[in-house]
Every structure is written in C-alpha cells, then in structure tokens.
Design a protein around this ligand. Structure first.
Ligand code: EPU
Length: 425
C-alpha cells in the first residue's frame, strides 16, 4: 500500500490543467453500449475508476482502444454477456450505470447490487423505480439485480428522493428511455453538468432529448443510436480541489480547462471567505491573501454547493479566522475526514449532519488515514497547509479520482513524495 508524504507550508504558484471529468466519463462510457458503431471520446481521465469501467465494458463485449492523443474509441463487438459481476461492482459503485443502457439495448441485464460505501448506504431504489416505470421486470437473485424488458415504453417518471435528485439514477433512466417506445418525461431529474454532458453525447448518437440541465427532461424514443464523437467536460470537482489548494497554501494558481459556470456555488464561497477568483477565457486564476473569513456551507444538488467539495472546503475553513458551519444534505454521514483533520489540530464539532468548525491559526502535520476519495483529497490539502510533515496513508482512494496528484501539485511548488507503506514502518 502506498502513502503520500507531504512537507507542508510551501506556496503553490503556477499553472495546472484540469482533466476531463471522471463522473461525466463513467456514464458516458456506459452509454456507448447503446450504439451501433464506434464512438470516439476525448479527455477521459486516466484513473483507477476509469480502468475499472473499461474492464467491465470489455467483459460486456465492448472493444476499447486508446489513441496517441489519449482519446478512446468504443465499439460493441458482442452482445452475449450482460452480467456486471460483484467483483467489479464492489470496486466501483458507478458500474451501476451500465444497467439502463444494457436493459434498453439487450433486453436483459444482470448487475450486482452495489453495497454501501464509506460515505453512506447509497441505495439504488430510485434507479429501479424509474426502470420499472419504463416497463422493466426487476427482481433480485443472489445479490444481483436482474432486469428484463422486451421493449421499454415511455412514460412520466418522478425521480426525486428524500435527499433530492439522483445523478446516476437520472443517467440510467435517461439512457434507457432513448430506445423506449414513445415519450418519457423525467420529473425531478438531476441537473448536474455530468447529466447534461451525458445527454449531449446521447444526442450526438441520435437520441432526442430536451430539457437536460433542468428538473424536467423529455426523451422521445428512437429505434437505434449510432456511435458519436464527444469531448468530456472538465472535472469541476478536481478544479474546485485545486482552487482550495491555491487558497490554503496562500498561493496563486492558474487553472486551465475550467467551466466556471459549473462551479458557481463553490466560487461564491471562495470569494465570501476572501479568496480571489478571476476568470480568463477557459481558465481561472485563484489567489489568496490567507486571512480567511469564516462562512456557512450547505451541500445541495446542483446548482447548489456540491457534496464532492464538502471535505475540501471544511479543510480550508479549519484555518479561517472564526467559526464556520458545514451541513451535509446529500450524504448525511459523509464525515470520515472529520476525525482525521482533528489529528492535524483542526477543531471540529459534529452534530448529526452538521459540523461546527472553530478556525485555528495553523494545522500541524501528522500521520492520517484516507477513507474515501474526497476525504483523501481534503487530507492532502490539509497537509499542504500544515506545519511539518503529514503522511496520508491508503492513498489508493485518491488515485480513484485524481490523476498523478503528487506530480501535478509538485509541478506548482508542493513537496509531496509517494512511498510504499513499508518504507514508513
Ligand atoms: N439515493 C437514494 N436512492 C437512489 C439513489 C440515490 O436514496 O436510488 C440517495 C443517495 O443515497 C444520496 C442522494 O440520493 O443521499 C444523491 O445520490 P446520487 O444518486 O445523486 O449519487 P450517485 O449518482 O450515486 C454521484 C457521484 C458522486 C456524488 C453524487 C452526488 C458519480 C460516479 N458519482 O453519485 O460522486 O457525490 O453523485 O453529487 O457520478 C465522488 O466522485 O467522490 C462521488 C461520490
């Protein structure tokens, strides 16, 4: 197992390119299962979760090749295997997004039911409700979801749940409805940019979709879809993480390939605490004078503040001059970083789904344990700001969502080494 050893206190300065979005790429790759003919997809990041998705799609009969410029082609060569087994799904919950495409295209699918993960129970009941509404017969067998339908039929579907809309649930139902007979209207659809990107890819494949990016998506079914060329949107969560890196290190970063319109809630909060964010073409310049004001943050579905940036912003607020409040409304238990940040001297008090943060002058380096992807990113950020050495253990979590994180941060002045755990013992 590997760890990151961070010598804190250096200022980050320079320029970084933000990669294509992991969470846009995963359902888009799954949607390639719907096409007759090849698709060419640009800017898929090179990450562990993407490699898991490739492994799954190859098992499902998709031929995938990588071009010199990093783009990838996807072409379905065989439709005989429609089983997403536990071994792959347990590594990556997002493999659930093959459910809708396989059902619509092949009429029968078996996908292992994803379990909970470090950030919560994460049920998929709303995905199944939506697919049932389209006419699928669904049952559970030996931990697998089995869904069948000779032909799906368009209908009106309400996809809201107790925690708002569902991103991958919307992706599954929207993808399936593209090949249904008639018109489907999804109400309370997720409005996240990743859902919009998927819709754009599906439209390029010949799907008839309107309303994506709003809570009401209308899909008029077509009889077939063809392959298409598509470029994945920039990763707004990676961009937000690097923005916090600039702010927390009292530095200045120019971030290339950023869609600031996807990040308005986060940018608003950065400005509120005293961080400068300047827009320039498709890039932003983020700089900080380090005297940070406290604030309140509540995570919400898009366009509200994203849950995937909650841990990173909590880290920033840990060194603000005053008390802040962070409330998590999407995954009420997504607080594994709290105990680890406390080891670095952060003063955090959790009450249910709210954390009160007593800002401290400084954090002090210590060994900490990564628990999930975004919590790990938060610990790396904390390590950048902390005095002395921070060792983030179990760093494989961060590799699921950030490509070469230490090399990229080192290129703008960080001091991070990747070591084998054994070297530390
Ligand atoms: N929910 C249900 N039933 C369902 C589906 C969701 O109750 O059938 C609940 C969830 O438990 C949660 C809320 O609805 O409380 C929203 O969950 P959502 O379905 O939107 O999450 P997701 O689609 O499984 C994606 C991202 C997550 C991100 C969330 C929220 C991907 C691959 N994952 O998950 O990203 O946190 O949306 O924005 O797109 C990450 O990248 O670190 C990550 C966890």
């Amino acid at each position: 197992m590997q760890s990151l050893v961070i010598e804190g206190g250096t200022r980050l300065r320079g320029s970084l390119r933000v990669n294509g979005s992991k969470n846009a790429a995963l359902p888009i790759m799954a949607a390639a299962l719907l096409a007759d003919g090849p698709s060419l997809i640009h800017d898929i990041p090179d990450l562990q979760d993407i490699r898991s998705q490739i492994e799954l799609l190859e098992k499902l009969g998709v031929h995938i090749s990588r071009r010199e410029d990093g783009s990838r082609t996807f072409e379905v060569k065989s439709e005989t295997d429609s089983h997403a087994p536990y071994d792959i799904v347990r590594k990556m919950r997002a493999s659930i997004c093959v459910l809708g495409p396989l059902l619509a295209k092949r009429g029968k699918v078996r996908v292992s039911m994803p379990g909970g993960c470090a950030i919560g129970d994460r049920p998929v009941d709303i995905h199944l409700k939506g697919l049932r509404a389209l006419g699928a017969k669904i049952h559970l067998d030996a931990g697998d979801i089995i869904a069948e339908a000779k032909k799906l039929h368009g209908t009106e579907i309400f996809l809201g749940g107790n925690f708002g809309s569902t991103v991958l649930g919307t992706a599954n139902v929207m993808s399936a409805a593209t090949l249904a007979h008639g018109v489907t209207t999804i109400e309370s659809a997720a409005c996240e940019p990743e859902v919009v990107d998927l819709a754009e890819y599906l439209i390029a494949m010949g799907a008839k979709i309107t309303g994506h990016g709003t809570p009401r998506i209308r899909i008029e079914g077509v009889t077939s879809l063809h392959g298409a060329e598509h470029r994945i949107i920039p990763d707004r969560i990676e961009a937000g993480t690097f923005m916090v890196a600039a702010a927390i290190s009292n530095g200045e970063l120019r971030l290339e390939n950023v869609r600031i319109d996807h990040l308005l809630a986060a940018v608003e909060k950065l400005r509120e605490v005293g961080v400068d964010v300047e827009k320039a073409d498709r890039s932003v310049i983020v700089s900080s004078a380090r005297v940070l004001e406290p604030t309140t943050i509540t995570t919400q579905p898009h366009p509200g503040f994203p849950t995937d940036l909650q841990a990173q912003f909590m880290t920033l607020l840990a060194i603000a001059a005053g008390n802040s409040i962070v409330t998590e409304k999407i995954f009420p238990d997504r607080f594994l970083h709290v105990a680890e940040l406390s080891r670095l001297g952060a003063r955090l008090h959790r009450e249910g789904s709210t954390v009160i943060i007593e800002g401290q002058k400084r954090l002090v380096g210590a060994p900490v344990m990564a628990s999930d992807l975004r919590a790990s990113a938060a610990l790396v950020l904390a390590g950048l700001a902390a005095r002395g050495r921070t060792t983030v253990n179990r760093v494989y979590h961060i590799d699921r969502g950030y490509e070469n994180i230490e090399q990229r941060l080192n290129s703008v002045g960080a001091n991070i080494r990747r070591v084998e755990q054994a070297e530390l013992d």
